[in-house]
Ligand binder design. Structure first.
Ligand code: ADP
Ligand code: ZN
Ligand code: ZN
Length: 829
């Protein structure tokens, strides 16, 4: 990347200037364009430029490097235009893209496509949509803008190619950019979000009364209307504890009426403000880290700071509810007080309104939230505020890693073991945790990985001394970790052999908890009603037409659903094989559990949390808040209930079918099962008394259960790491999974064989397969897999990756295999 360091002026002085440009596509390499003379003074690495690729497709690409070396093989085309006066990304971001592309075997363009908000990536396929709210007064627009605005007004949407026909080709992008800024139109993606935005009324106090004396004066001279005074006091209390106050929260807290609130608003003491929930919130810029750590937490923090002097990465292994989040908050405060920026990565931002609220309470408006559900304007706003350094802390899911930080000091990776940090599809199939370690190194900044159940990889790295390790083994408030009871479901055989939902023991425990006004969480990792419908006569099971999986019955919709491709079918009442009408339902999903609970606990308030029940953007959030406010007694859910939630009153957790966790055909099955069970257990008894966890399982001898029962991560690790070493799985090897997809079964098998055979000689002993995966057909495509387990020698790994890439090209040159889709996934989870 020499071009980065050289002075553009110096490059310009020589007659012709070229640029290596990244285009948001899966190209085998970056191509070179020429910079025409009149644009030379405006180009810088990191700026977007408009280029033509192929015949006439236009793209907004990013200049990676400027140089004077004319390509020998071809005559480069001129760039058409420069879109940014200043770079939108810096050297570090482009280095991260380059690293991800190399490590995860994709193109820099694919990384760019994932990294940039779509606003920055206009291409010929982009659709612009008329913003009806703008109206038809175009007097503020210039000539070009007017032409497009008018066309949009009539046609409602325009393809970029249509815009190109309307305007002189050389300045299409700047016009669009201005139209978007002036809110005349959206890029289509933005529109999708604009519709789902929800408004909520927030209460703020007239800033006059932020002055303590003015406030005291107001209250001392309060006339009549004591109810209103109470309401004001409730507000002051809420704003202090919550950092923000919504109208419903205030009315609930104070027990006041709408009219009383209106009174205060009319007196100009409180103000109402309609805000889009989740939108960037303009919280005051204040930092208020007003709690102190316990001695154990204090010690952990000191140790971290000590370790960070030598190690760029540390792992904080703290049991559930030990106060890891509080330690992050203290650490973040340190970094921002030194003028640094902090990135706080979470597995799934949509599941984490609790954390958002906790951090906002302490860091107010210094925090930005970066969310794939945000619309483009909001994302651009965050992007720019990070670039200028105005925002100090970013809370986000994996894509927040791509923001243009300038003075990054610390990255916190919360729940670092979570598989959501890995992007599954499409490329780049990167793990944000591991990429964060690379990215941080570019800034010389620190990475803190935190978890109660660290990934085997991270804990291994810590034990090897590659990462610093700090452990926190006591819960805040001294509450003990919950007692775990294992319930042997083999003892409870039912006549129809169907699986038991609630054992008598668990049922009794629920009754007991309900009586004591405690809350309960029940976990089952299957959604829907019944995962299998089986013909009682011949055993036929309805299957998806497009995938090799059985269908799940959903009672609410009375439909059969394929959980792989999403296709829904009408429910079947007649067996397709024998014509019988008798079906039995094996196994149970969350929907059935909910129904069953409602039947046997008619008085309890029961709710379900899975992706079927929380489809809306805010449904999940409101469920969590309802549960927090104790308006729900019992929550039934899938993985979603596991994700780091902090509820005060949960005394009982039930894991209804642990066998389903322990029986996956995957080398990580033990790790996943341990993490899940330990994490769900961690939701019990966090604050007051010791909680209780009941695990229903048939395979009671499974070793993982024993470690969960002891809450002994270290022992689990020692057990599991041995197997990994013996079978040469990570962390001892690096794995690359290659998946072949084609609509013909023979073709895909042949392709996989052909591919494997070519690499056999050199890599044979590191290859497993080719083999069919357990589900070998999805969306009408047959699948074959080939797994590489490669020794962790960087040179060797790179050689192997190169060989795989070559082989893919080679295979695709063969006419028979041209249409076989090949996907490589490095460090697959
Ligand atoms: P973890 O992230 O390790 O699961 P949390 O940080 O969520 O734990 O802490 C659990 C609960 O205990 C939270 O409600 C938190 O507010 C509270 N807590 C932990 N440490 C402290 C502290 N030092 N002061 C006040 N409250 C604390
Ligand atoms: Zn049948
Ligand atoms: Zn399907």
């Amino acid at each position: 990347m020499t071009g980065f360091y050289s002075d553009t002026d110096e490059l310009i002085s020589s007659s012709s200037l070229f640029a290596e440009i990244i285009i948001p596509l899966a190209l085998p390499k970056n191509y070179t364009w020429q910079i025409p003379h009149h644009l030379q003074s405006r180009v810088k690495p990191g700026c977007r430029v408009e280029v033509v690729l192929g015949k006439n497709k236009k793209y907004a690409g990013i200049i990676k490097r400027l140089h004077n070396n004319k390509p020998a093989a071809f005559e480069p085309k001129d760039i058409l235009n420069v879109l940014d006066a200043e770079p939108i990304v810096f050297e570090q971001q482009m280095k991260l893209w380059e690293w991800i592309a190399q490590y995860y075997m994709c193109s820099e363009g694919e990384v760019m496509a994932a990294a940039l908000p779509s606003y920055f990536k206009l291409s010929s396929e982009t659709i612009l949509i008329c913003n009806e709210e703008y109206g038809d007064d175009f007097s503020a627009l210039d000539n070009d803008e007017y032409i497009i605005a008018e066309a949009l007004h009539i046609k409602k949407e325009l393809r970029l190619t249509e815009v190109q026909q309307l305007l002189d080709a050389s300045h299409v992008y700047p016009v669009i950019k201005r139209l978007i800024e002036k809110k005349v139109c959206f890029v289509w993606e933005a529109l999708k979000d604009a519709y789902s935005a929800k408004k909520e009324t927030y209460i703020i106090i007239n800033p006059v009364y932020e002055n303590e004396d003015a406030l005291a004066d107001l209250m001392n001279n309060w006339g009549r209307a004591p109810k209103q005074l109470e309401l004001l006091l409730s507000y002051l209390h809420l704003i202090k504890t919550e950092g923000e106050v919504t109208k419903p929260a205030l009315l609930k807290k104070s027990g006041a009426s709408d009219a009383q609130l209106k009174g205060l608003v009319e007196k100009n003491i409180l103000w109402l403000e309609k805000r889009t929930v989740d939108r960037l919130r303009y919280l005051p810029l204040h930092i208020n880290v007003d709690f102190s750590l316990t001695p154990a937490q204090e010690e952990a923090l000191e140790k971290l700071n000590e370790l960070f002097k030598e190690k760029p990465v540390c792992l904080l292994h703290g049991i559930t509810s030990s106060g890891k989040t509080q330690i992050y908050i203290k650490l973040i405060e340190q970094y921002i007080s030194h003028g640094k920026q902090v990135l706080y990565l979470l597995p799934e931002i949509a599941l984490t309104s609790q954390i958002i609220r906790r951090l906002q309470k302490h860091f107010g408006g210094y925090i930005g939230i970066y969310h794939s559900k945000f619309n483009q304007n909001e994302r651009i706003e965050i992007w720019n505020k990070i670039k200028t350094g105005e925002l100090k802390i970013i809370l986000g899911a994996r894509s927040a890693l791509f923001l243009p930080f300038t003075s990054l000091g610390l990255i916190v990776v919360d729940e670092e073991h979570d598989t959501s940090f890995k992007q599954y599809d499409p490329a780049p199939r990167y793990n944000a945790r591991d990429s964060a370690v690379y990215y941080a190194a570019l800034f010389g900044s620190k990475v803190l990985l935190g978890s109660a159940t660290p990934s085997l990889e991270s804990y291994y790295n810590a034990l090897q001394g590659k990462y610093g390790l700090v452990e926190l083994n006591e819960r805040y408030g001294g509450v003990k970790l919950p007692a775990i009871e294992i319930i042997d479901t083999k003892q409870i055989v039912r006549k129809d052999k169907s699986k038991i939902i609630l054992s008598p023991q668990l049922k009794e425990a629920i009754e007991n908890a309900l009586e004591r006004n405690k809350q309960i969480i029940l976990f089952q990792n299957r959604r829907g009603y019944s995962p299998y419908q089986i013909c009682a006569v011949c055993g036929w099971i309805p299957q998806c037409k497009h995938c090799d999986v059985s269908l799940t019955y959903h009672k609410l919709s009375n439909k059969l659903v394929c959980h792989y491709c999403g296709t829904t079918y009408p429910n079947v009442t007649t067996c397709a094989a024998c014509g019988s009408h008798a079906f039995v339902q094996r196994n149970f999903g969350t929907e059935k559990i909910e129904e069953y609970l409602e039947e046997i606990f008619p008085k309890a308030k029961i709710a379900r949390m899975d992706i079927d029940s929380v489809r809306g953007k805010h449904a999940h959030d409101s469920l969590i808040q309802l549960f927090e406010q104790k308006r729900i007694d019992m929550l039934v859910g899938t993985q979603m209930v596991v994700k780091g939630l902090d509820f005060e009153h949960v005394s009982l957790v039930g894991i209804l079918d642990a066998d389903s966790l322990l029986s996956f055909a995957d080398f990580r099955v033990n790790e996943r099962a341990f993490q899940l069970m330990e994490q769900v257990s961690g939701r019990a008894g966090r604050k007051e008394e010791r909680g209780r966890v009941m695990i229903q399982v048939a395979n009671t001898k499974h070793p993982v259960l024993h470690f969960v029962q002891q809450h002994d991560y270290a022992a689990f690790f020692r057990y599991e790491i041995e197997g990994r070493e013996r079978f040469f799985y990570p962390p001892f090897s690096r794995i690359i999974l290659i998946t072949f997809r084609h609509k013909l079964k023979e073709r895909v098998a042949e392709a996989a064989q052909y591919f494997a055979a070519a690499l056999q000689k050199e890599y044979g002993k590191y290859i497993v397969g080719p083999a069919e995966p357990p589900v070998n057909r999805v969306r009408n495509q047959y699948l074959m897999e080939l797994l590489f387990k490669i020794p962790k020698d960087i040179a060797f790994i790179n050689k192997c990756k190169a060989a795989i890439k070559d082989q893919i090209v080679h295979l695709h040159q063969n006419k028979t295999f041209r249409s076989v889709v090949i996907v490589t996934d490095v460090d697959v989870l």
